[in-house]
Write a protein that binds this ligand. Structure first.
Ligand code: WTA
Length: 647
């Protein structure tokens, strides 16, 4: 790790919303007088009925519960649209850049977006969707994805967006878990010149979801797709005869806004539930301060709306803040590795927010792809999703940003709603690889294995000791699992699942997941999900999955597989197993390495010793730690001796 420091550039300190002194003062107020701090910050949202209560939260079992602004009412779609119309209706909200540079893009003003959202909201109502209903959205990166989400928010329906890279099986599980009876999709998605069969995937998923009686299909690629009579309806036909205006529902601050499924240590993915008021304040505030965003600036978050980064930093926060943003359908390296920088030049992007995996992949292609473009418009760079190694940080800073643009390395999670530990460009000196300092209202602590707080410079498990407005409120349908997952590892505190180091300056360095979640290219995969997919194959007896460091993906998946007696670990079987995982979850969860082994290292009580498997996968076999509790130590010697070579 490097301890290089990049001081706040003078011009940023002078004109940013938050400079170093203000950061210190605001942070202090936010933790010492949260009521006062949040009462003021919450004014950024238009409330229908003002709140009188601010924070009602406890992480303790006796009185467990999390509520913010609970007696206030609002509509988040009105905050993202209607309130901009008078003064900024003709300002561009979304500049849509399609997958192919040869296809025409679209520019959508706030007024147009408002009309699209109202019409789609009316279409949903016409299909019988009402307040509290769950709407599954499985769309490509097109403006209609934002439209569908905002239309749900407008009528009080709860959206559950499923990333287009998930398989029909994964989609099916998510539709069933939240009892959704309507799915919004497109004929096909387009990514890197290839098509993604979204409608066909929905059709497969729905074979096992009899409760779904309506599918709204956006015409996008224009390819012919099967339409089931009585169930499937084209988007354009659904909105053809509806009025242009739709009154926003008055929602309670604690009414659900969305469910987003994410992987955890155990079992199937959890439906993370976010509510309306606190999330709105939290998303809008962090977007303004972290990106120092002012209306008129061109902002681009390159995430997919299928992930939380897209929910917060493409849909709700920038639109609540009246931003003008680029929305990109494609991939960073197609038609060539210059694409992302060409898009920056084409739309004069000032603020770019992307992921370490993208930066590493493009760095590897060579500087010439970057240098072939101007990038003079860029002023601020951001990253999210996984730890960024100092080398990639340096390349982003020096080559992409030509040393001129601060980098905001934002640490947060699906569960946290928005950025939790992050620099602010005018306030916090940057250290490459460190997410730096806590956001207002966030109280991080590091704990050791006995649950003791660590003081000063230390490494431990990262917990957050008090509630913040945009925190998830429950796991859909399983409140006990919510408490169990996040508040029992270290009683009374929110457990993040991440390991972290704090240095002598109080800077936080996230070291990665310490639970059984693998972060592959910034996408969370539960080891249990991959293992259950592998063992569902008839020839597999047992499987254990761990992560190992990977140049581009950050972490990749390494599977140890034992086969039933008499079966051989052939290349063909390896391919079948990869196919199985793609089928059950999606390509993003496919193991990079499958190691067929006659046995797995287990304790005498039969528990697989993952710690040892992790070391073997990392290639760090000189020090395997304590192996005295193993039932059969010879298993480890064999595993080490026969391990496959990873290029
Ligand atoms: C990791 C994405 C280091 C972390 C917003 C976390 C990071 C998980 C960073 C959440 C960062 C995210 N530095 N690690 N700047 N940002 N992570 O739910 O392990 O998809 O727990 O939310 O990504 O992933 P999720």
């Amino acid at each position: 790790m490097t301890d290089e420091v990049y001081p706040v550039p003078r011009e940023w300190a002078e004109k940013a919303f938050v400079d170093a002194d203000r950061y210190a003062a605001m942070y202090r107020e936010s933790v010492e007088d949260p009521e006062g701090f949040w009462r003021r910050e919450a004014r950024r949202i238009d409330w229908i009925k003002p709140f009188t209560k601010v924070k009602e939260a406890s992480f303790h079992e006796e009185d467990f519960g999390i509520k913010w602004f609970s007696d206030g009412t609002l509509n988040l779609s009105a905050n993202c649209l209607d309130r901009h119309l008078d003064e900024r209706g003709d300002v561009t909200a979304i500049i849509w850049e399609p997958d192919s540079p040869d296809t025409a893009g679209r520019t959508i003003s706030y007024r147009e977006l408002h009309r699209m959202v109202c019409r789609f909201a009316n279409a949903l109502k016409e299909q019988g969707v009402t307040r509290g209903d769950r709407v599954t959205i499985y769309l490509p990166m097109v403006p209609e994805a934002a439209v569908a989400m905002l239309a749900c928010a407008r009528i009080g329906a709860i959206h559950s967006v499923v990333f287009g890279g998930f398989s029909p099986e994964a989609l099916e599980g998510r539709i069933k878990d939240c009892d959704s009876r309507i799915v919004v999709t497109a004929d096909e998605g387009l990514r890197g010149g290839k098509t993604v069969p979204l409608k066909a995937n929905v059709d497969t998923a729905l074979l096992a979801c009899p409760a779904v009686d309506r599918v709204i299909v956006l015409r996008h690629s224009g390819s012919a797709v099967a339409m089931q009579k009585g169930r499937d309806l084209w988007w354009d036909e659904a909105v053809a005869a509806v009025p242009d205006d739709c009154l926003p529902e008055e929602m309670g601050a604690e009414d659900p806004l969305f469910i987003l499924y994410t992987s955890g240590s155990t079992g199937k993915p959890k439906g993370v539930l976010h509510t309306t008021g606190g999330y709105a304040v939290w998303a809008s505030m962090t977007h303004q301060y972290v990106f120092d965003y002012r209306p008129g600036q061109i902002y681009w978050c390159s995430a997919d709306v299928g992930w939380v980064t897209g929910h917060t930093y493409i849909v709700y926060a920038p639109l609540a803040n009246g931003a003008t943003q680029v929305m990109f359908e494609g991939v960073p390296n197609w038609p060539d590795p210059s694409r992302i920088w060409q898009v920056v030049d084409k739309h004069q992007v000032e603020i770019l927010y992307t992921a370490p995996t993208v930066i590493r992949a493009l760095e590897r292609e060579g500087d010439q792809w970057v240098q072939a473009t101007s990038r003079k418009s860029l002023r601020l760079l951001g990253t999210v999703g996984e730890p960024i190694n100092p080398d990639a940080w340096g390349w982003y800073h020096d080559v992409v940003g030509e040393g001129r643009c601060p980098i905001v390395d934002t640490w947060w999670q699906t569960e946290t709603g928005a950025a939790m530990i992050t620099p602010m460009p005018g306030a916090i000196d940057m250290k490459p690889g460190s997410a730096c300092r806590p956001m207002f209202g966030v109280k991080p602590e590091l704990v050791d294995e006995h649950g003791q707080f660590l003081r000063g410079a230390a490494s431990g498990a990262l917990v957050i000791t008090d509630s913040w407005p945009g925190q998830m409120r429950t796991v859909w349908g399983d409140h006990a699992r919510f408490f169990e997952t996040y508040f029992t590892t270290h009683r009374g505190y929110y457990f993040t699942g991440d390991g972290c180091r704090r240095d002598e300056d109080g800077y936080y360095w996230i070291t990665g997941r310490i639970d059984d979640v693998i972060n592959v290219s910034g996408h969370r995969i539960g080891t249990a999900e991959v293992e259950s997919s592998l063992v569902s194959h008839a020839k597999v007896a047992e499987a254990a999955v761990v992560g190992y460091p990977h140049d581009i993906k950050g972490t990749a998946i390494y599977a140890f597989v034992t086969l039933n007696a008499g079966e051989d670990g052939s290349e063909e079987l390896r391919q079948e197993l990869v196919k199985e995982v793609r089928h059950d979850i999606g390509g993003l969860a496919a193991p990079e390495v499958i190691y067929f082994t006659p046995a797995l290292p287990k304790t005498r009580s039969g528990k697989i010793m993952r710690r040892i498997l992790r070391k073997i996968a990392e290639g760090d076999v000189s020090n395997l730690g304590d192996t005295s509790t193993l039932a059969d130590p010879a298993v480890v010697d064999q595993l080490v001796a026969n391990r496959p070579v990873i290029e």
